[in-house]
Design a protein around this ligand. Structure first.
Ligand code: ACO
Length: 331
């Protein structure tokens, strides 16, 4: 059995910065409301021609460069997104083409904000068994084109942003390095509390003018309900990873929670009893980028030295489904 070690990280953020003040030109909202409720100051919106797969490819190039690898060295692609270029095929296929690859497997993961951590666990299992040696794992989102950017959609629209992150994982025989444990959960009773109902095959017809008129083609979130569950599940799944490996919160160098909302992160930090500097946040700059938020955060932490050789890093997520997950990694 092998362990899966992260040997490269990368990110891609579209150039177009959209501040809270810019949103105030599109809907009735205020910088104060958004900052106080979510911690978000600005986010990025994809420009013309920037797709989820294209941004994933750009993040991948950076991760491959850090790993000292060429795209041809990758054995398998895992792509996590809730905003694929197309309903089908998944974005892993077009991204493969952007990287100039053909033939290797490309698996899309549909686990929303938990997509990247689900992807990490999946990559780890393929590597552990020896089926693949080097895997490119990507989280990328273009939310901006699917939001209701009017006053009607403001409770959801102000939270989300676009971006991409990627990591390269490779097999190591060092059992103390890499992904030490992963924990994946879901509870489908909460599907309708955070979802994009239409278009979808549960509806007949699949798509209609009525769906556009009644707003069900835009994401819906019961904010308070999500908050209540998120602040419980994040600490629970982090403790699960620590218990499994015999570590305590004191041993962890960095917790990287999915950047859902500053208030959620703050509550999680307090419940874990950790100092602020050990629970990463960058939501003020990028908003909530769902599956991309953890790899973007990882990339920033490695860039500025907050994560280095031997750091013990805990990734944790919570999102639509509901799904929640953690992964403990020795860097
Ligand atoms: N700007 C100004 N006013 C707004 C906005 C906005 N963007 N959105 C809603 N409001 C108004 C509402 O209409 C409401 O007005 P009313 O009192 O006249 O009816 C008022 O603000 C308060 O609305 P609430 O929904 O009660 O606001 P709340 O204090 O609950 O904050 C929030 C909403 C920020 C969504 C909160 O519930 C929360 O933090 N939830 C966590 C959910 C979350 O952040 N999820 C992240 C995405 S999911 C994920 O990644 C897991």
């Amino acid at each position: 059995m092998y362990n899966s070690k992260v040997i490269g990280v990368g990110k891609y953020l579209p150039e177009q910065v959209v501040t809270n003040f810019d949103l105030m030109k599109m809907m009735e909202t205020s910088d104060e409301w958004i900052k106080e409720r979510t911690g978000i100051v600005e986010r990025r919106f994809a420009g013309e021609g920037e797709t989820t797969s294209l941004m994933g490819a750009e993040a991948s190039k950076e991760a491959l460069k850090m790993a000292g690898l060429q795209p041809e060295d990758v054995d398998f692609i895992i792509f996590a997104t809730l905003s694929p270029d197309y309903y089908f095929p998944g974005s892993g296929c077009p991204m493969q083409t952007h990287l100039g690859l053909t033939g290797i497997g490309a698996l899309d993961i549909r686990n929303q904000c938990s997509g990247f951590v689900y992807g990490m666990a999946t990559a780890d299992q393929f590597i552990k068994t020896g089926m693949y040696q080097t895997i490119l794992l990507v989280g990328a989102e273009v939310h901006s084109r699917g939001l209701n950017l009017s006053t009607e959609g403001r409770d959801v629209a102000v939270i989300f942003g676009d971006g991409a992150g990627a990591v390269v994982l490779t097999a190591t025989e060092d059992e103390n390095k890499g992904v030490l444990t992963s924990h994946l959960h879901a509870d489908g009773r909460h599907v309708e509390k955070l979802w994009l109902e239409n278009p979808g095959s549960a509806s007949n017809p699949y798509v209609s003018k009525e769906m556009i008129d009644n707003g069900s083609v835009y994401p819906y979130m019961n904010g308070r309900y999500v908050f209540k569950h998120a602040v419980t599940k994040f600490p629970e799944v982090i403790h699960e990873a620590l218990q499994k490996t015999g570590y305590s919160t004191d041993d962890v160098d960095m917790v990287i929670p999915h950047q859902a909302n500053e208030r959620i992160t703050e509550a999680v930090q307090q419940r874990l009893g950790l100092p602020r500097e050990k629970v990463f946040r960058n939501i003020h700059k990028y908003g909530n980028t769902t599956a991309a938020s953890i790899p973007i955060a990882l990339s920033e932490c490695v860039e500025d030295g907050r994560i280095k050789q031997d750091s013990l890093v805990c990734l944790a997520s919570f999102g639509s489904g509901f799904t929640w997950a953690s992964s403990l990694i020795r860097w």
